[in-house]
Design a protein around this ligand. Structure first.
Ligand SMILES: *[C@@H]1O[C@H](CO)[C@@H](O)[C@H](O)[C@H]1NC(C)=O
Ligand SMILES: *[C@@H]1O[C@H](CO)[C@@H](O)[C@H](O)[C@H]1NC(C)=O
Ligand SMILES: *[C@@H]1O[C@H](CO)[C@@H](O)[C@H](O)[C@H]1NC(C)=O
Ligand SMILES: *[C@@H]1O[C@H](CO)[C@@H](O)[C@H](O)[C@H]1NC(C)=O
Length: 283
């Protein structure tokens, strides 16, 4: 059985200002997830929806019979799936009002975009699936970045490298977690890495890029992670030509006084340098 889902978008007034950037979109449907839902005592659809709206940590609420379950923004590597159906169960999804032009629901739910930014500033967009929506979280301790290129979602984590071994050792360490040394697609990502450096005594961090000219000296570099497509940060980079047989053939994000640049070429063998591992979420 399939029926046209009914929407209602609700605007609330007696709430903190930040909450005015979001609305709850209510659909007939169900939630399946390998994440743990949080049981609540709300016993009506209206209270369930409003409870999630008022909770800073709730991203989606599922109401079935008389049970209201919240799912929170948590990076635990889990998937949340919303299925549209007509079984008198409801799903209330928190979404940024910028997705709802003029405060009205679109004529077709196929045009409905759903996304919301968490308190820690991570944007969480729902991906449209054949019969609903889906969200895959980053693993615990990994930072979520939604990129401009077709909504690619990349999770990143900065690891300290205390042993010797340079960039090659960093790559091997990423591979132990089935991930890779990550490229950097935007200034937002580069600044997130730089913010880490500010809080540690280390002032440079290896990222997944290498010089791309084996024969002649050049300043051309490429990303090595297989998923980073944007070269935006290269307009904020200081890249030298090959200088000696070791070569400054690797890339780092670095704090350097007296320059506006954020990315630099670096000796690949330099040891004790932290590094950024990353992976792309396949949805
Ligand atoms: C939203 O409002 C603008 C300006 O009033 C109007 O041009 C546009 O057609 C409206 N869009 C919808 C989806 O109603
Ligand atoms: C809503 O979207 C705007 C513009 O993209 C963003 O600045 C804001 O942080 C978002 N707020 C929430 C709660 O999603
Ligand atoms: C976005 O997706 C389209 C279609 O799959 C593809 O042709 C295009 O290259 C992608 N753009 C980027 C920046 O990855
Ligand atoms: C990496 O992949 C292997 C093989 O699939 C698996 O056994 C291992 O648990 C994975 N490690 C991590 C940290 O995910």
């Amino acid at each position: 059985m399939w029926s046209w889902p009914v929407f209602a978008c609700f605007l609330h007034f007696l709430v903190p200002e930040a909450a005015c950037q979001v609305k709850m979109v209510l659909i007939y449907g169900s939630v399946t997830s390998d994440a743990t839902g949080i049981s609540t005592t709300f016993s009506t659809v209206e209270d369930c929806k409003n409870g999630c709206f008022g909770s800073e940590s709730c991203i989606i609420a599922y109401f079935s019979l008389t049970t209201c379950v919240f799912y929170n923004y948590v990076n635990d590597g889990k998937t949340i799936t919303v299925e549209e159906n007509s079984n008198n169960a409801y799903v209330a999804i928190k979404t940024n009002i910028s997705n709802i032009p003029n405060g009205t629901c679109p004529a077709s739910y196929n045009d409905l975009k759903l996304s919301v930014t968490s308190a820690v500033g991570e944007k969480n967009s729902w991906t449209r699936a054949s019969t609903g929506w889906k969200m895959v979280n980053c693993r615990t301790g990994w930072k979520r970045f939604e990129r401009d290129d077709n909504g690619t979602v990349v999770c990143m984590k900065i690891f300290p490298l205390f042993n010797e071994g340079g960039q090659a050792a960093a790559m091997r360490r990423c591979q132990q977690d089935n991930v890779t040394l990550s490229g950097i697609a935007s200034m937002e990502e580069a600044e997130w890495v730089r913010d880490y450096e500010i809080t540690t005594p280390r002032q440079r961090v290896f990222i997944g890029g290498e010089r791309d000219c084996p024969d002649t000296p050049c300043t051309t570099f490429k990303w090595t992670d297989g998923y980073t497509k944007s070269y935006e940060v290269f307009s904020n980079a200081e890249l030298t030509q090959q200088m000696n047989e070791e070569g400054y053939n690797c890339l780092v994000i670095r704090i350097k006084v007296g320059t506006a640049a954020i990315m630099f070429s670096q000796n690949c063998a330099a040891s004790g340098i932290p590094f950024v591992c990353g992976y792309k979420i396949d949805i």
